[in-house]
Design a protein around this ligand. Structure first.
Ligand SMILES: Nc1ncnc2c1ncn2[C@@H]1O[C@H](COP(=O)(O)OP(=O)(O)O)[C@@H](O)[C@H]1O
Ligand SMILES: [Mg+2]
Length: 238
């Protein structure tokens, strides 16, 4: 059914190489998949097969030692690989949000949730007079019934699951068209894993978000994703 419409994002025969010990080594070798508007697509595959590299390539955030050597990443009929840094920044701010792996460590330990959320909102043209209301509504969306209290806390006062939900709220404040979540549940216990995945599903449906969910845990994402693609070491996607 989805095959009849144009994909929102198309990864076409992408190869990614990394420089290691004086040599270039191909890590992702010929990966292709398409992401359709409104769906939740899960990418699974064993650790080290290049899932995170692929996610980073999509938003132009590959580390210095790594680069896309072949293929195209098509978004809005343009090849993202051709973008300069300014356009990539725009893409990350306005179009594709990436929640990076290990992002739980990404919250600033010495700033309250409120301060950090306000900082994120600054990247967008939010109505400054209504910032408090916006923060409350964002935190409500990710399942907090007491936003005022959450805003006053420091990251260490939140559980892993709560921190992940705060990070999701920060992502949502950027109103991305595509949301990429790279292993959003690995640092969480089983109950919080389920909660975060269920929340992603709910946000997909309520906000009509398009989600690329990356996880090495095929079993748990299968339940929530509309489609699952398997990535192999060597990069083959079925
Ligand atoms: N900056 C880098 N320099 C050299 N090699 C890297 C770099 N980043 C990743 N790699 C290599 O790419 C492999 C795949 O990485 P990654 O995309 O993180 O895998 P996954 O997310 O599927 O677990 C790693 O095992 C590592 O060998
Ligand atoms: Mg990874």
């Amino acid at each position: 059914m989805k095959k009849n419409i144009d994909p929102l994002l198309s990864i076409e025969h992408v190869k990614i190489s990394c420089h290691n010990e004086g040599k270039w080594k191909t890590i992702v070798d010929d990966v292709s998949f398409q992401l359709f508007r409104g769906e939740m697509l899960a990418i699974t595959g064993s650790s080290g097969c290049g899932k995170s590299l692929t996610a980073h390539a999509i938003v132009g955030l590959l580390e210095k030692g790594c680069r896309v050597t072949h293929g195209q990443i098509i978004y809005r009929n343009e090849n993202i690989i051709d973008y300069d840094e300014r356009r990539l920044q725009e893409l990350r701010r306005d179009e594709i949000g990436l929640l990076i792996q290990h992002s739980l460590n990404g919250l600033n330990p010495i700033q309250t949730v409120k301060r950090q959320m306000v900082e994120t909102l600054r990247h967008k043209k939010w109505d400054k007079n209504n910032i408090e209301t916006s923060l409350h509504s964002l935190l409500n969306k990710v399942g907090f019934s007491n936003p005022e209290h959450i805003l006053s806390l420091y990251p260490f006062e939140l559980s892993g699951g709560m921190r992940q939900r705060v990070l999701l709220a920060m992502m949502l404040s950027l109103q991305p068209k595509i949301f990429i979540a790279d292993e959003p549940t690995t640092a969480l216990d089983v109950i919080n894993r389920e909660k975060v995945l269920a929340l992603l599903k709910q946000l997909q449906q309520e906000l009509k978000l398009t989600i690329l969910l990356i996880s090495h845990d095929e079993k748990s994402v299968k339940k929530y994703a509309d489609r699952v693609v398997q990535m192999d070491r060597g990069g083959v996607v079925l």
